[in-house]
Write a protein that binds this ligand. Sequence first.
Ligand code: SF4
Length: 472
Amino acid sequence: MKITLIYPGIAQIGFGSFGRGSPTTNLMSLGLGYLGASIRKNTKHEVDAIDLRKMKGWDDFGRELKERSCDVAGVYTNTVNFEYAMKCAEIAHKMGKTVIAGGPHATLNPQELLDTGSVDHVITGEAEISIVDVLGRLDGGLAVDRVVQGQPVEDLDELPFPDRDLFNLDKRLKYLPGIFPFPPRYAGVLASRGCGFNCRFCQPLERKIFGKKLKFRSVGNIIKEVVQLKERYGVEFIMFQDDQLTQNREWVLDLSAEMKKVGIAWGALARVDTINEQVVRSMKEAGCLMLQFGFESGSQKILDFLRKRAKVEQAVEAARLCHENGVLIFANYMLGVPTETGEDVEATYELMKKINPEIHALSYFSPIPGSDLYDYCKERDLINVTSYDMYARGAVENKLKGTDYKALDRVKKRIEKCTPAWYQEGYYASCVMKRWKKLAQQGHTVHMLKELVTHTPMLDGTVGAVYRMVKR
Ligand code: SF4
């Protein structure tokens, strides 16, 4: 039997977007990578993958799927890309393929998928173990439940590493823009699964996918994968994509000690209340260039409303630790949270001034289906989202009724203005210079010039002005 895995991640970026612009246009789906590896390791079935971002349009996708001659199409679903995922399922179904769907949205609402009439089976939660059983049953002509509860993975070390070749990682790395301003050849790694916190805008969805138990890979197992990425694919920057890497201090200190021996640059997500001086220093010494925090708000009232379980002072302290140790701060924060007042918004503005992050990622609050805060908004008829496409990450769109988005736009502009331009930051600038040098050495001159223009405000302004003059 042959299975083709389909990644439908084109929301807001469109067809043909692979490798263009931001890193989200080329990050490989680790979920499908794990699934493919599990199928290859545990069955004799053939497996390949289609990335919708590489397709020119639906006709192209249809042609490609036909050429693959698979028996089963495995479609990944998340909320943002749900409509594209279902279109893939529809095309596959019309070709007579058995369609199996999985991923966060499938876990959240399996019936919604079955109701489309294009999906035959849904696997919820972790699917690496159950997919093997489902394929075996289909191959043997046995009955398979329409909704299969994925068997939880007890020991993450038992899983094979994500299959990077399935997505042609080697080829991808040749023209990936990477995460600006870090080294261009980068890859994502998942070192743990689950989160022990209970943020209202995120849970219980996260627990539905990975279960209540926190699961950590052994340090040795992670390092083996990192070394493989470095040696086999020439990866120069690892992004740990865990919900947060710092929830187990002892483990993260061990991991840092081993990462130091590998000698590779890396970044991770963290919480302001799970780090301390020792953790940040060890991470930095081990090659960590950047930590990404969900600061969310500068108002303690809003942090409590979000059940963030963190204090504003802890955010300030975390930023101090990063600045002192030379770790760049990637700040996620939101405006437009229900119950937020003008005073709360001002507090977030003040916090951002104080934190002074090198990288900003401001979002207007999105009520994510499956979270408690979504239910809160739904009960109060606050939701203004008309399509799943509007959930695209980082979108600053009108998501809630009764929110003054014009006022938020004004604050957003003030925040952008008060942040020192990146070129004034010596450390950040040196990262950028190294990156451009590397891109040029690797022959990516066009990409290097593109970045040079778009990330240098003065040049960007000049090129823009010349372009406008020529156009006139
Ligand atoms: S937002 Fe982050 S810290 Fe909070 S529950 Fe979700 S994954 Fe955990």
